[in-house]
Design a binder for this molecule. Structure first.
Ligand code: ADP
Ligand code: MG
Length: 353
């Protein structure tokens, strides 16, 4: 990172213990100014605790938290230029949408005129201009979530922390809000630090993703990097389907040692007597399971060499009817060598899932 580039959030060797529990186990992270960074990991991996230490609700057991180059590790929450949006955003039911948004400014003794102007601007930025007079009960779930966002944006924080803010919404609305949230972030230019356990959500919205496991960061990278070149078997398994070929199986199928992976959508299902083309590898096996998932079909194939791979086929022509016959069939899985990637073996002290 260039010296001139502002680092919005910098964590160094951050650790948090709760009694015997090590919730966060030595985290280093730089979040760039204006970046949409996602902390992705399973439940209990330490994501919320990291956010709470950045917000100032928890004191690290060790390590430092910097905001815009200033060490804030021991500062109170109100002395930090951050705001948090939680999943269970409680709006005041008796107040109008506009008053809900302006409430924080009122507490800070901002004058009425400026309060209203800024609340209207925040409402506009979440595309709810014209909804200011409504009560929360007169809004949909997605609109209420956007009001909660406006309530944080109105403070014009340098960094916005979002802890699974879309978790309470149903799938359709959540997918819609993922796109909206990214657009809003780009527009307001505030650094977003977003927490989720949902890999698709992380891949959809983020500039970069930090993958958490057991209180540590396993990898930081762009969505494409994390998906196409997972640094550890854990990342390969958590972000997408892992499809690992390990040691003896890798040697037999690929003629290489180590741990390798091929993503399901890169694998073609061919007849058992097919021959892989130049630049391709292939492995014979038996179809164990066929799962029709609407737009695509997932095939679970037990390789003769020993591993089980998932292959994904888009349902462009075939219907669900023909695929059922495939169960138990002999097939050859074929993929281009360029889609094989090596999964780095983790350090000896990193526990595998
Ligand atoms: P995530 O947000 O990734 O689900 P958390 O940061 O909430 O994970 O929790 C990480 C670990 O720390 C978990 O094992 C959790 O039980 C523990 N933990 C979190 N907060 C507390 C607390 N206040 N007291 C004791 N243990 C806690
Ligand atoms: Mg959490």
């Amino acid at each position: 990172m260039a010296d001139s580039e502002v680092v919005a959030v910098r964590l160094r060797a951050v650790r948090k213990e709760f009694g015997d529990v090590v919730a966060v186990d030595g985290v280093d992270l730089d979040v760039r100014d204006g970046e949409f960074m996602t902390l992705l990991g399973p439940s209990g991996s330490g994501k919320t605790t990291v956010l709470r230490m950045i917000a100032g609700f928890e004191l690290p057991t060790a390590g430092t938290v910097e905001l815009a180059g200033v060490d804030v590790t021991r500062r109170a929450p109100f002395e930090r230029d951050v705001n948090t949006v939680f999943q269970d955003y409680a709006l005041f039911p008796h107040m109008s949408v506009l008053d809900n948004i302006a409430y924080g400014l009122r507490v800070k003794k901002v004058g009425r005129k400026e309060r209203t102007a800024r609340a209207l601007e925040a409402l506009e930025s979440v595309r709810l201009g014209g909804y200011g007079a409504r009560k929360p009960a007169q809004l949909s779930g997605g609109q209420r979530q956007r009001v909660a966002l406006a309530r944080a944006l109105v403070n014009r924080p340098r960094v916005l922390l979002l802890d699974e803010p879309l978790g309470a919404l149903d799938l359709k609305l959540r997918e819609q809000m993922q796109v909206e949230l990214k657009a809003i972030q780009r527009q307001v230019g505030i650094t977003f630090l977003f927490v989720t356990h949902d890999q698709e959500e992380a891949l959809t919205m983020s500039d970069r993703i930090a993958v958490f496991s057991g209180g540590r960061i396993e990898q930081v990278g762009s969505p494409a990097e994390v998906y196409e070149k997972p640094a550890t078997p854990f990342v390969a398994g958590f972000v997408g389907t892992s499809n690992l070929l390990v040691d003896r199986v890798a040697e037999q199928v690929l003629g290489r040692t180590g741990t390798w992976s091929v993503r399901p959508e890169k694998i073609r299902i061919a007849a058992p007597d097919a021959v892989p083309g130049p630049g391709e590898d292939g492995a014979p096996g038996t179809v164990r399971e066929v799962v029709y998932v609407g737009s695509a079909t997932r095939f679970l194939v037990d390789l003769d060499a020993g591993a089980t791979l998932v292959a994904l086929r888009q349902n462009q022509q075939t219907s669900s009817m023909d695929v059922q016959d495939v169960r138990g069939a002999r097939v050859l899985l074929v993929w281009a060598k360029e889609h094989e990637f090596e999964v780095r073996t983790p350090a000896a002290d990193t526990p595998l899932p």
